[in-house]
Write a protein that binds this ligand. Structure first.
Ligand code: HEC
Ligand code: HEC
Ligand code: HEC
Ligand code: HEC
Ligand code: HEC
Ligand code: HEC
Ligand code: HEC
Length: 372
């Protein structure tokens, strides 16, 4: 059932219809939904709800799940990162410089010394929930920390892509200077609250990717919904096809076109899932069975159990699809389970201290180069 069918009903019946939606969708709602036209006390109740409603007032499960998702924590403010709290004293020496990242009393400090002089600066913006890089502000200028934290190996090491920087001053050793325009792009993919076309105002940004970043118009919908008005429900993203979803997620994960236009090569492109996925023979733009959201619930961490994905592959690669309107693809001669372990191999990017999943689904040949 869609919101449209609700809009067409007289006001007195909308409450009932919504109750039906709730029952069908299984989403637990805890707010009042009434079948009668609003009475005076009802009106007051609605106003009270309007003032105090959050997305979680109604979308209980989504908000609970999303609170643990890495995208929610793609940027964190000082003091909020569990990796740093668990590892309060990190240290490494690279060339002439010794770096230290210390967390005490809810604050993290980044410092670099050459033995005689030291620069220390508070870390205000933590990018990445697990593997992380810090954006530093010093004397009114922004820098990207020259070292990052890699939880897999519990180590500080050079920030990805900065390996060719050979610092000759302490300030250069602290971080790579980044323009305000570049910092804005970091915030735009990792945080919320940026106004399109406006300059970055760090104080106004909200760390992490908020609901509104993907669900345009959600604030208006929340205000209206709290007053029992369901005419402004955000666009149903589930209805997008595979190509549209790829482009939507690709705003941040990079689209196929981004990778081609920027002439990106090498196995670093494994990080750009829309590009890799679209190289696969499996990818058919108008088939929802191969969209990002067929395999990933954007409100949850990625499932780490290989067998979770079998049903997604078998939705196409199975002889049982004969009755479905969608055509079937070939069947594996080798195995009936854990498909992704062989066909979506994990790849190490040198210097990244982490593995990434190659979304270019294929028969992997032993010893083959990283196919582009
Ligand atoms: C007072 C209750 C209420 C509040 C508060 C509320 N919503 Fe909703 N929302 C609904 C109802 C009812 C629907 C329509 C039912 C459905 O589609 O499941 C809906 C639909 C949606 C949809 C479309 C779902 C789909 O099927 O595609 C999105 C997205 C959404 N809400 C996001 C949000 C966000 C984000 C917030 C907070 C900024 C929010 N809502 C606050 C009640 C609420
Ligand atoms: C506003 C930018 C943005 C958009 C839009 C976006 N992502 Fe992300 N996504 C990120 C960032 C940043 C991370 C890395 C978070 C981290 O690990 O700190 C991430 C991480 C993820 C992860 C890894 C989760 C894990 O458990 O490791 C998945 C899966 C994911 N995104 C899927 C999606 C899908 C599917 C869509 C489209 C529906 C999407 N993303 C749209 C920015 C975005
Ligand atoms: C176009 C959107 C975009 C921009 C711009 C961007 N990021 Fe990201 N970032 C992402 C996505 C998406 C991921 C998750 C990638 C993945 O899981 O493969 C990510 C992951 C990360 C991570 C986690 C590291 C890791 O290896 O998983 C860090 C740290 C990070 N970004 C820092 C930054 C910094 C600092 C900037 C600015 C200099 C920046 N990002 C700019 C989209 C972006
Ligand atoms: C990274 C992008 C992204 C973010 C952030 C995000 N959503 Fe969604 N959301 C989606 C996509 C894509 C769909 C459609 C997929 C589906 O329905 O399976 C969706 C579906 C929904 C739905 C309808 C389906 C359902 O599960 O009930 C609701 C309601 C919703 N989102 C609310 C929220 C709320 C509330 C937040 C913040 C706590 C949020 N979303 C954050 C991308 C996002
Ligand atoms: C939307 C349907 C669809 C989905 C979902 C899908 N595939 Fe495919 N796949 C295809 C089609 C179509 C082909 C091309 C020819 C054929 O096999 O019929 C293909 C081809 C392949 C090939 C052969 C590629 C080559 O280079 O010759 C492999 C291996 C494969 N898929 C594995 C998988 C795995 C593993 C999954 C799940 C992770 C998956 N597919 C998900 C439709 C799909
Ligand atoms: C143990 C590794 C392994 C697993 C697990 C595995 N495959 Fe394969 N798959 C292969 C190999 C190797 C080939 C190539 C066989 C050949 O060419 O003789 C192959 C071939 C294929 C092909 C191409 C068939 C053709 O006729 O061209 C498809 C499609 C495929 N697999 C899908 C899947 C699906 C779906 C799953 C999970 C249900 C799966 N595979 C699980 C190793 C695996
Ligand atoms: C056919 C299933 C499938 C599709 C479609 C798919 N993914 Fe994945 N994705 C996976 C698997 C499997 C993993 C690895 C999970 C694990 O950690 O074991 C993964 C992991 C990820 C990660 C975590 C980083 C990494 O490299 O492991 C991100 C981010 C991600 N996917 C984004 C996307 C985006 C964006 C799309 C759409 C362009 C997409 N995925 C489409 C199966 C899929």
């Amino acid at each position: 059932m869609s919101a449209k069918s609700v809009e067409g009903l007289p006001a007195s019946m909308r409450g009932l219809a919504l109750l039906a939606i709730v029952a069908l969708s299984g989403t637990p709602f805890v707010h009042h939904l009434s079948a009668s036209p609003p009475s005076q006390s009802h009106g007051k109740q609605a106003q009270a709800n309007e003032a105090s409603a959050t997305c979680g007032t109604c979308h209980v499960a989504v908000v609970r799940n999303y609170s643990a998702a890495p995208m929610r924590h793609a940027m964190e403010p000082d003091g909020a990162n569990s990796e740093l709290i668990a590892h309060p004293d990190l240290k490494t020496t690279i060339g002439l410089y010794t770096y230290r990242v210390t967390t005490k009393g809810g604050h993290t400090t980044y410092s670099v010394t050459d033995g005689s002089n030291t620069i220390s600066t508070p870390i205000e913006w933590i990018f990445g929930q697990k593997t992380q890089t810090w954006v530093l502000e010093k004397d009114g200028r922004f820098y990207e920390s020259l070292v990052s934290y890699y939880p897999r190996d519990n180590t500080l090491d050079v920030t990805p892509d900065d390996a060719n920087i050979k610092p000759s001053t302490l300030l250069e050793a602290m971080g790579r200077p980044v323009s305000t325009a570049e910092v804005r792009t970091c915030f735009d993919c990792h945080a919320s609250g940026l106004v399109p076309g406006e300059k970055l105002v760090t104080a106004k940004t909200i760390p992490g990717i908020g609901c509104e970043r993907c669900h345009e118009g959600a604030q208006q919908h929340m205000t209206d919904a709290a007053a029992d008005n369901f005419k402004t429900i955000p666009k149903h993203l589930k209805r997008l096809d595979a190509q549209q979803v790829s482009n939507f997620c690709g705003q941040c994960h990079r689209t196929f076109d981004n990778v081609i236009r920027d002439r990106l090569h090498g196995n670093g492109t494994v990080r750009f899932q829309p590009y890799r996925l679209e190289l696969s023979k499996c990818f058919v733009g108008n088939d929802p069975r191969i969209s990002c959201i067929a395999c990933h619930n954007p409100h949850q961490p990625a499932d780490r159990v290989a067998s979770h994905y079998d049903a997604k592959c078998l939705a196409c690669h199975s002889s049982n699809n004969a009755s479905s309107a969608m055509h079937s693809a070939k069947i594996c001669p080798v195995s009936k389970s854990n498909c992704t372990t062989c066909h979506m191999p994990k790849t190490d990017i040198p210097g990244n201290h982490a593995q990434f999943t190659d979304h270019y689904i294929r028969v992997v040949k032993t010893g083959e180069d990283y196919p582009q």
